[in-house]
Design a protein. Structure first.
Length: 106
């Protein structure tokens, strides 16, 4: 009986620890922020009339984001963010802006 009580006490203690642990309510929050940033950049180019200057600035910004993420610890989320930024770069370089809808659907 004492063993059972001790076991129950341990189990309850573990449950309390689990409840105290911070839980991420939005999976891959950084990825969602990256998606919004990419959409903003691509829409900004569109609103600027697809000017070469707007494209140049967008490429600089995306290259900067890729460089920043490349210095961070490699995680699945960071790898996905890198891929999203690289995809956006390719959209700009190839002028294939109709693929913007693919990013919107993510």
């Amino acid at each position: 009986m004492e063993e059972f009580a001790e076991k129950l006490k341990q189990d309850l203690g573990e449950l309390e620890k689990d409840e105290e642990a911070p839980k991420e309510t939005v999976p891959f929050k950084g990825l969602m922020n990256a998606k919004l940033e990419v959409l903003s950049i691509l829409n900004g180019i569109e609103f600027a009339g697809f000017s070469e200057e707007a494209k140049r600035k967008a490429i600089e910004k995306l290259n900067s984001r890729i460089a920043e993420l490349s210095r961070e610890r490699l995680t699945l989320e960071n790898l996905q963010r890198l891929g999203l930024y690289a995809f956006a770069l390719e959209i700009i370089k190839t002028r294939n802006f109709e693929r913007l809808k693919e990013v919107e659907r993510l």
